[in-house]
Design a binder for this molecule. Structure first.
Ligand code: ADP
Length: 403
């Protein structure tokens, strides 16, 4: 496959959430972001747009009714502060889509049928696919002259073996309603596992890697020789690790208990588990910088929140050692994983008997580069590998339009 993209070509990557649109105009060859930004609070009284270009940040506050208005504002900002889209050689628009289920094996050129098929998967990702589809519809309307490509969060986890993706739920029900584990954050897990190998000068096919994507959403994966074999997210991104506002693993009987005894309906429980729980539910804050301040001030709730978060992560690391047999690399990524040395230290503390030894002098300094933070003796190499989902999406987009 030859790449269509040249050094001057760009891809506009869109990540449309329920009340936000993240975007980046990126050079898929060298990864340079030419502009990036975020529209927040869509549908609220005041929306906020932040547009970054050429070292300058432009911020606007204005009502933004819906995703159409959001993208119109973004396109107007490109016109006003740059870069000029007409001169940016956009070869395609890439849309991040959370749920591709077993319908989409990889990145896919979007036509009306594909758009409908993505919408049809909404019952499996009710919080994510509907806004993703809205972003696709608006994008195709306003940027009709270029191809649009959907890149799925689930694709990298299509290789999970049946033992890992099957829930022990009555077979006919599971089949009829497509209930199984699909995973999410796959674009990041794939990028980080490959990037870790690249930085080490190794072939990804030779390495067993545990990737810990710790952002506001958080997930872990076990990757054997470049192939994903286990991940912590399930039917939806709710399963697994403790997250900014999500419970992660919780006894499903808690749903029955709350429905029967707290008078909560399914929508309320869904909201509680996804938006009001996790670190925020335990401490009142979901940003780890604030969490650490609360802990330093002696706040017991914040301390417990961090303890629960770390404990869950350690359980997953232990489990993935058992899944993989041996682990060459543990790679931390995303907002918390890349920036929070305290979390990294606590997660791996006392695991020297498993062959994991962090070097504090390498772990503590801040850096935006991929780097090793373990000692020379550590059998497992521990790394911090900044994720770059926009670049990973842009590259998949170029693969599709070049095929
Ligand atoms: P997402 O893409 O899931 O929204 P990110 O990967 O951008 O999230 O991570 C955002 C989170 O990263 C923030 O909520 C915050 O908890 C954490 N974070 C960002 N910077 C730092 C930092 N310097 N120290 C600790 N945590 C940080």
């Amino acid at each position: 496959m030859t790449s269509l993209a040249t050094a001057h070509d760009t891809v506009l990557v869109l990540n449309s959430g329920s009340s936000s649109v993240k975007y980046q105009l990126v050079d898929p060859v060298d990864g340079t972001p030419l502009a990036s930004g975020l529209v927040e609070r869509i549908g609220e009284d005041t929306g906020v747009v932040t547009h970054k270009h050429d070292g300058s940040v432009t911020k606007r506050e204005q009502p933004i009714k819906n995703h159409t208005e959001a993208l119109e504002v973004v396109l107007a900002l490109f016109d006003e502060v740059g870069p000029n889209l007409a001169e940016a050689h956009i070869v395609a628009v890439g849309h991040r889509v959370v749920q591709g289920a077993d319908v989409f094996a990889g990145p896919t050129l979007i036509d009306d049928q594909v758009q409908q098929d993505i919408a049809a998967l909404s019952p499996l990702a009710p919080l994510h696919n509907p806004p993703n589809v809205e972003g696709i519809a608006v994008g195709r309307r306003l940027l009709a002259e270029v191809p649009h490509v959907a890149v799925f969060d689930t694709s990298f986890f299509r290789t999970l073996p049946p033992a890992a993706y099957t829930y022990a739920l009555r077979k006919d029900v599971a089949e009829k309603y497509s209930v199984r584990r699909y995973g999410a954050h796959g674009t990041s897990h794939e990028f980080v596992s490959q990037e870790a190998a690249r930085v080490l000068g190794r072939d990804a096919a030779e390495l067993n890697t545990i990737v810990l994507h710790l952002g506001n959403g958080a997930s872990a994966s076990a990757v054997r020789g470049g192939v994903a074999v286990e991940t912590s997210m399930g039917l939806t991104p709710l399963e697994g690790l403790v997250m900014g506002t999500r419970t992660g693993d919780i006894d499903p009987a808690v749903v029955f208990h709350l429905a029967r005894n707290a008078g909560m309906d399914i929508e309320q429980i869904d909201h509680l588990f996804n938006k009001e729980s996790g670190i925020k539910g335990l401490s009142g804050e979901n940003d780890f910088r604030e969490l650490h301040k609360l802990i330093a001030a002696g706040n017991e709730d914040a301390k417990l929140a961090l303890d629960v978060y770390i404990h869950r992560l350690r359980k997953y690391i232990g489990a993935y050692f058992a899944v993989l047999g041996h682990v060459d690399v543990i790679a931390f990524t995303a907002g918390v994983g890349e920036n929070d040395h305290v979390v990294r230290e606590l997660v791996l503390e006392g695991l020297e008997p498993m062959g994991i030894e962090i070097d504090p002098a390498k772990n503590e300094p801040r850096s935006g580069d991929a780097r090793i933070i373990s000692t020379e003796q550590s059998r497992t190499t521990v790394m911090v590998v900044p994720t770059n989902e926009e670049l990973a999406i842009a590259r998949q987009v170029v693969d599709v339009i070049s095929a």
